[in-house]
Design a protein around this ligand. Structure first.
Ligand code: G4P
Length: 526
């Protein structure tokens, strides 16, 4: 098959949602459709939230799907879909954010009883950096949900994206009967209790079909017809261009647990979501169909399998073809290396990939030479942009049990920060070591890894830092003055970049007002 055919089949996406909205459940159903699972319910050991937090290896074992199936590839229709898992719950980390820079579209799952929640807001902010197209799934229709029109309004208002309903629910909770597909002009009926398998599809063609009045309660059908009149008048139609620009999202309703509506969403995704998009570098834009191989690393994960104590660098292929044994240029260090053992991750297995194409993710064994953001090419000197650091939201001071190991501690922390496991800040005015993360589990991971990989016994304690911003100013004099005036709030990060660490949000806002020439940045490019 030609490269352009391979490219045209690929759809690479990730799921964004608030914890408990149903990401894991929907992943299971998606894999069921992709024939990767015989029976849903086998992906994640339930109750895996309660792991022994102090034990890194145990954590790895118990975290189930979020670790072992970081990337899942499956066919759906004529498409080949890559679903990238985004760590959630307590293992929420910068990896979650960065994974979003490696996909071409996102599925947003919303608990329709709750509406737009906090984590979804944050993740949507990240998708905005690249105007990623968003598909929406309103979940848990088998429960009593809020008025669907109201939830769509909330999405439009709070996430600043227009909604185009593709399906519309008929009832909810115990009365949930199915959906009307606006584009197909079909009612698709729901049967409860068949969530673990793919159901036979029960379709009634046409909204005015008398069959509908026979099969459903009169009042439900009446409400449906009335609602649809309103919905069609008041909401947006699907528009491919606006979807591509991240301005409009097609909305599907269903229940992941009942495995209803997931197939409609997948059909929408494979029909509309973009094939691997061109990617920007520091010198030019790279298109997927280019013959020469390029890719970038967006995530590094340690100790994925206790039996293989190595780190895996996750690389998104941007152009050309990977084949086993090929030589790649590791651009940052200027070295050509032969890659003979890249891995793919198929539903828990680590299988060797002989070939991979743009949009696909491959895992490279990493012995410390690969960092987040690294570009690989076939000789060309270029660097992919848009793989940022994100300002951490939680901070702890790291302290040694044995004060003589300060040097090792610093080395360990700097390396872990290069790898993207955590961020480290060294205040200009004292010898503290402050680590910042976006998820609380990262602190446990860091302490466990310092012990196992750097033989350093460390503990963490609270510190009065509320937020951090990277500082930038083109005017050296002004920057100098700023440095002098607020030095107690300044630190260097793992890459020696100047950072403002604010004890409170109020303090940050005041400083931003007081120093209008200084830029306070929430993201920093690698
Ligand atoms: P997450 O990965 O986004 O955190 O969510 P997850 O899929 O784990 O789902 C969170 C809870 O919501 C689970 O219940 C799950 O069964 C339930 N759920 C997911 N989709 C639906 C749906 O369409 N309808 C209903 N009614 N529930 C849904 P749990 O009690 O936490 O787990 P379990 O004990 O049921 O396995």
């Amino acid at each position: 098959m030609s490269l352009s055919t391979e490219v045209s089949k690929r759809r690479t996406f990730a799921i964004i949602s608030h914890p408990d909205a149903g990401k894991t459940t929907i992943t299971e159903k998606v894999l069921l459709y992709g024939n990767l699972l015989q029976r849903a319910g086998t992906v994640k050991g339930r109750g895996s939230g309660q792991h022994a937090k102090s034990d890194w290896m145990e954590m790895e074992k118990e975290r189930g799907i979020s670790v072992t199936t970081s990337v899942m590839q499956f066919p759906f229709g004529d498409a080949l879909v890559n679903l990238l898992d985004t760590p959630g719950h307590e293992d929420f980390s910068e990896d979650t954010y960065r994974t979003l820079t490696a996909v071409d579209s996102c599925l947003m799952v919303i608990d329709a009883a709750k509406g737009v929640e906090d984590r979804t807001r944050k993740l949507m902010e990240v998708t905005r950096l690249r105007d990623t197209p968003i598909i929406t799934f309103m979940n848990k229709l088998d429960r009593d949900i809020r008025d669907p029109m109201e939830v769509m309004d909330e999405v439009e208002r709070e996430l600043n994206i227009m909604c185009a309903p593709i399906t519309w629910p008929i009832g909810c909770g115990k009365e949930f009967k199915g959906v009307y597909h606006l584009l197909r002009d079909e009612v698709i009926l729901y049967q409860s209790g068949h969530g673990h398998m793919i159901q036979d599809v029960d379709v009634i063609k046409g909204l005015d079909n008398p069959e509908l009045d026979k099969r459903l309660d009169e009042s439900l059908v009446e409400t449906l017809r009335e609602e649809l009149e309103l919905v069609v008048g008041a909401s947006n139609e699907f528009d491919q261009e606006m979807f591509d620009a991240g301005e409009l999202t097609p909305v599907f309703f269903g229940t992941a647990l009942g495995n209803f509506g997931v197939d409609h969403m997948l059909e929408g995704l494979t029909n509309w979501a973009p094939t691997p998009k061109p990617r920007e570098t520091d010198v030019r834009s790279v298109t997927a169909e280019e013959e020469k191989f390029t890719g970038f690393v967006f995530k590094i994960q340690a100790n994925m399998d206790p039996k293989h104590r190595d780190r895996i660098a996750f690389m998104r292929i941007c152009s050309g073809k990977y084949s086993k044994g090929m030589k790649m240029r590791h651009v940052r260090i200027g070295k050509d290396i032969a890659i003979s053992d890249a891995v793919t991750f198929l539903a828990g297995d680590r299988s060797h990939a002989d070939e991979a194409f743009p949009g696909d993710i491959i895992g490279l064994h990493n012995h410390g030479t690969i960092q987040i953001g690294d570009t690989f090419s076939q000789g060309e000197e270029l660097k992919f942009t848009g793989i940022p650091n994100f300002a951490p939201e939680m901070f702890r001071r790291i302290r040694l049990r044995d004060p003589l190991k300060q040097k090792q501690l610093l080395k360990g922390l700097v390396q872990l920060s290069e790898e993207g496991a955590v961020q480290v800040f060294r205040p200009l005015d004292n010898n503290d070591l402050i680590v910042g993360a976006v998820g609380v589990l990262q602190f446990d991971v860091v302490v466990a890894r310092l012990k196992s990989e750097y033989k350093v016994e460390a503990i963490y304690e609270s510190v009065s830092v509320a937020t951090a911003r990277w500082v930038h100013c083109d005017d050296a004099k002004k920057l100098d003055e700023f440095r002098r005036k607020v030095s107690t709030n300044l630190a260097l990060d793992g890459g020696d970049n100047l950072t403002y660490i604010a004890p409170t949000m109020v303090n940050l806002n005041l400083s931003m007002e007081r120093y209008p020439d200084i830029q306070f940045l929430k993201t920093r490019e690698h």
